[in-house]
Design a protein around this ligand. Structure first.
Ligand code: NAG
Ligand code: NAG
Ligand code: NAG
Ligand code: NAG
Ligand code: NAG
Length: 326
């Protein structure tokens, strides 16, 4: 699902939606493929787990803003990292800070890797329609976007993430932590497609959204089209030992058609191709689903932050997206 980001440049429509089925999106300039300005070296503000700064361009931080941090890689795939608190206004309770390590040399694990990053946030639980506060994410700034979906030959996705209440990011939250602290969040890849190549790059206007959920915490997160907690979806696809269930539904507000592949259990590490998930959708020959001739214009990985009564840290030490076209 998607929501517009209200900004000075973009007039958002007033949208309401079903509880628990909202997804944040990027600022419009990022949706349009413009890399955000690079900034770095702010005061760390005593954030948990943050050691001494190792140079102005090494550890960068952005708090409570949608402005992004560009990975500014020398010869690899560019990413734009943003805290993106689109469902929060200055003065309201809650906070979010995104930190990334640009390694000083802006060279990362592989040509397709994002800088290691993490996001520390907390927001009160909101009832009703506006219950998502932020969608911190890393967006792929592939110069080839938009690409025709059928021409994507390789979509290798490698990720390792943690969700932790501790300042070392190594201790994963437990079910009891989730309940005690009203943690509601998911972890997902978000893609947008459209027959029109321009619209495909714009989450607010694309006809289709395809998501891959690696986890969801709390009861507020619910993929569109999932009928009940026991609902195992329309199809199952097993990738790298993880079962993904497919759900389909239409966003009642935006009318976007949304397909969500949801991991059957929290999947903290994944290494493999996401192409079979797209292929399965194309092979369905369903008039409501996207097709191979549609354009893929947007690919991001992040966390929808609904609520947590304590600072929780979503960290992504490893993320690489190798998307190659024919
Ligand atoms: C983070 O954890 C370490 C080790 O447990 C502790 O020494 C340190 O004070 C903590 N820092 C903050 C900001 O909580
Ligand atoms: C967040 O990332 C920064 C930059 O790499 C790092 O210094 C810090 O220790 C990380 N914090 C946590 C909680 O993982
Ligand atoms: C919670 O995280 C924010 C950054 O998002 C930080 O400014 C604040 O000091 C943290 N609070 C505690 C109690 O650790
Ligand atoms: C870039 O910096 C990182 C972190 O200091 C280091 O591990 C890596 O080897 C460096 N890479 C190059 C190509 O200099
Ligand atoms: C699953 O992951 C392993 C490495 O953990 C990798 O070698 C393999 O290619 C992956 N499988 C698929 C289907 O991508």
């Amino acid at each position: 699902m998607l929501r517009w980001l209200v900004s000075a440049f973009f007039l958002a429509l007033p949208i309401g939606t079903t509880i628990g089925v909202l997804l944040g999106i990027q600022a419009i300039n990022r949706a349009n493929g413009k890399p955000p300005p690079f900034t770095g070296g702010e005061d760390t503000g005593g954030l948990p787990g943050l050691g001494p700064l190792r140079g102005k361009d090494t550890v960068v931080m952005k708090c409570d803003v949608s402005e992004g941090i560009a990975s500014r890689t020398k010869d690899g795939l560019e990413f734009s990292l943003t805290a993106n608190p689109w469902g929060w206004k200055q003065g309201e309770p809650g906070n979010i800070c995104l930190m990334a390590n640009l390694n000083g040399n802006r060279t990362y694990a592989t040509k397709w890797s994002a800088p290691a990053f993490n996001v520390t946030w907390q927001y009160p639980r909101a009832s009703g329609t506006n219950n998502v506060h932020a969608f911190p994410n890393a967006k792929v700034m592939n110069k080839k976007f938009p690409v025709q979906a059928g021409s994507v030959k390789k979509l290798d996705f490698d990720v390792s993430w943690h969700l932790s209440l501790k300042n070392d990011s190594l201790t994963e939250v437990t079910g009891a932590d989730v309940t005690t602290n009203a943690i509601n969040a998911n972890v997902a890849v978000d893609m947008f497609l459209d027959t029109d190549s321009t619209k495909a790059g714009k989450p607010e206007s694309a006809s289709h959204e395809v998501m891959v959920w690696f986890a969801n915490f709390g009861t507020d997160t619910f993929p569109i089209g999932k009928a009940s907690v026991a609902d195992k979806g329309l199809k199952t696809k097993t990738l790298n030992g993880t079962d993904f269930y497919l759900y389909y539904g239409q966003n009642q507000v935006t009318k976007q058609k949304v397909l969500s592949w949801v991991a059957s259990k929290p999947t903290n590490t994944f290494k493999g191709s996401l192409r079979p998930l797209l292929d399965e959708i194309f092979a369905s020959n369903n008039a409501d689903y996207p097709t191979k001739t549609d354009y893929l214009g947007y690919f991001a990985f992040g966390q929808e932050a609904y609520s947590s009564t304590k600072n929780v840290t979503f960290s992504v030490p490893e993320l690489s997206v190798d998307l190659e076209t024919s």
